[in-house]
Write a protein that binds this ligand. Sequence first.
Ligand SMILES: CC(C)(COP(=O)(O)OP(=O)(O)OC[C@H]1O[C@@H](n2cnc3c(N)ncnc32)[C@H](O)[C@@H]1OP(=O)(O)O)[C@@H](O)C(=O)NCCC(=O)NCCS
Length: 257
Amino acid sequence: MPSPAPGIAIWQCDLELSENQIAMLAQCLSAAERQRATRFGMPLLRARYVIGRARLRWVLGRALSIEPQAVMIETGRRGRPFVRGHEVDFNVSHTQAIALIGIVNHGRIGVDIESGNRRVNVEGVGRRFMTLRERGELATLADDDRRRALLRLWTCKEALSKATGDALSAPFRHLEVAVAPAPRLVAGPPPYVPADWQLFDVALNGDYLATVAWWRTETPDPGCRRDQKRPASRGVSGEYTTFFITPSASFRGGLLF
Ligand SMILES: CC(C)(COP(=O)(O)OP(=O)(O)OC[C@H]1O[C@@H](n2cnc3c(N)ncnc32)[C@H](O)[C@@H]1OP(=O)(O)O)[C@@H](O)C(=O)NCCC(=O)NCCS
């Protein structure tokens, strides 16, 4: 499958494996990640976390030409994860038993995936997160089209907010997004300046809506000092890889909807 653009690599991962496979994958996790895994009450969620982290380490290790267990994943402002000391940036999103991983050579990336059948409080989310123009357009649509259009807008805005690390504190109601013919940021307060951003729809197997946001910023990653020299990485080649996909039981509780 094609990459959204040169310099971006996307990986779709299935988060279901056998106990033995999960135990093997767990070996490449850091002590802190293993500790975090033990804090998941439900075995299903613990397994998905271990598989997702191991896949992420494998993908990053490949991009950086280092072993998966040697990848130093840290968290910056508001918990945004990044790789210390490298130009490569990544972001992850999960829904149900699927994870989407995006990596870029430079700048920052945000990704978001939502299940197409997700139930949404359309009015409430619209009021809280959409611009007047977006709400006006949503109002012209029939019920289910409106729900899906809102989800599509939401994946764009959440991907933007995850690239900056703002997450839920992003100025969503001031981020004007157009979804057709292709998604784009139309207007927003700094750093959401349209000229610095590209949005991409990601077509996945199954009923999912997913967006990649690429922020072409020169700002270093959170936690990386400006004077810090970063080692060169092998980088990403603009590939798109599917590990395997089997949608199953619900993964997230629904933070917003
Ligand atoms: C970013 C966020 C909105 C995503 O929530 P979501 O839609 O339920 O989940 P997604 O599956 O799309 O994304 C989760 C992943 O985003 C990444 N992530 C976490 N915080 C992030 C941030 N601030 N920016 C970008 N990515 C972030 C993580 O990789 C996380 O996966 P992991 O927990 O397995 O490591 C949520 O994690 C969040 O609210 N984080 C911010 C918390 C915050 O503001 N804390 C303030 C402390 S001062």
